[in-house]
Design a protein around this ligand. Structure first.
Ligand SMILES: Nc1ncnc2c1ncn2[C@@H]1O[C@H](COP(=O)(O)OP(=O)(O)OP(=O)(O)O)[C@@H](O)[C@H]1O
Length: 292
């Protein structure tokens, strides 16, 4: 499957939230990064065919979507809030959703069994949804999104609120499912994109600031991000003097992450380029009025 977004626009009343988005997706894993309100969920919902764009179109393998039912059979979607029936048992939820997706009974029974194994919920198969932990619920969410063996899997903010172990487990699950399909993962967490995705995009105010490989995103920070330890009492001075991206530590010593073209101090150490720093460089440059 190949997905192309062409000039996608979306307005909520008089507010434009997506502005002429162009992006092309092929099998592999993509991370969609952006601040709160950047438009990530809106774009995901358009791709999931829940919302219609006000302008532009989505093309699938070069053609506009004509048969929405057929398109929906080819995609899986895990929304930000995956609210399922708390009193239902795990297997019942999946059976119920399989029936809604019009999967034949003979096909869905073995499929559900295999999926529960894949997402490591075999032991919870007979449990009620309300008895599951947050991480287990997310894994159930992925199982339902994979029910129809979709060619495009859309996952909105999957790791929010998960502990580190569950986050890693969830990421691995997504990476494994991206072998022969498109997986699009929206998140605030650059580390998740770095760990799991080959490609990324950064959305800000409804426009893409970046589309490309994670390596290219990391390179945006090359030579521009510095680390410096300073006495806590100097925090305000440094904030006024430089573009401080991040402050770590408490007590007498603080570690600052500073955005600057040259070393802000002889003691400053250059930080390596990574997705998080690349992302911060892009967002800060945008806030300062464009990438010039
Ligand atoms: N149904 C709606 N009606 C009006 N405005 C909306 C609606 N849904 C979203 N918005 C606005 O559209 C913009 C984009 O929202 P969206 O939820 O797509 O962003 P997001 O990047 O997913 O944010 P978050 O990371 O907080 O979920 C925001 O300014 C939001 O307030």
């Amino acid at each position: 499957m190949r997905i192309e977004m062409l000039g996608i626009e979306k307005w909520y009343r008089k507010k434009q939230v997506l502005n002429g988005l162009e992006w092309r997706l092929e099998p592999g894993m993509y991370g969609l990064l952006g601040k709160n309100g950047a438009g990530k969920t809106t774009l995901m919902r358009i791709l999931a065919s829940i919302l219609k764009p006000d302008a532009g179109e989505i093309r699938v393998d070069g053609s506009p979507i004509r048969d929405i039912k057929e398109y929906r059979r080819r995609i899986g979607y895990l929304p930000q809030e995956f609210a399922v029936y708390p009193e239902m048992r795990v297997t019942e939820v999946l059976e119920y959703l399989a029936v809604l997706s019009e999967l034949p009974r003979a096909a869905y029974r073995p499929r559900i069994k295999a999926l529960l194994k894949q997402v490591n919920l075999e032991e919870q198969a007979a449990k009620r949804v309300r008895q599951l932990s947050g991480g287990m619920k997310r894994r159930l969410g992925i199982a339902q999104a994979l029910l129809t063996d979709p060619e495009l899997l859309i996952v909105d903010e999957p790791t929010a609120g998960l502990d580190p172990e569950e986050r890693i487990r969830f990421r691995s699950l997504l990476t494994a499912s991206a072998r022969d399909r498109i997986v699009l993962l929206s998140t605030h967490i650059p580390g998740d994109v770095e760990a799991a995705c080959g490609q990324a995009a950064v959305l800000d105010g409804g426009r893409f600031l970046f589309r490309g490989s994670c390596r290219e995103l990391a390179e945006k920070a090359e030579g521009k991000v510095w680390q410096l330890e300073v006495p806590a009492a100097e925090e305000e001075t440094w904030r006024q003097k430089c573009e401080v991206l991040e402050i770590q530590g408490q007590g007498k010593e603080l570690r600052l992450k500073i955005l600057a073209d040259k070393a802000p101090d002889p003691k400053a150490e250059r930080c390596g380029g990574n997705v998080e720093n690349g992302y911060m460089v892009l967002i800060r440059s945008q806030e300062k009025g464009g990438l010039g």
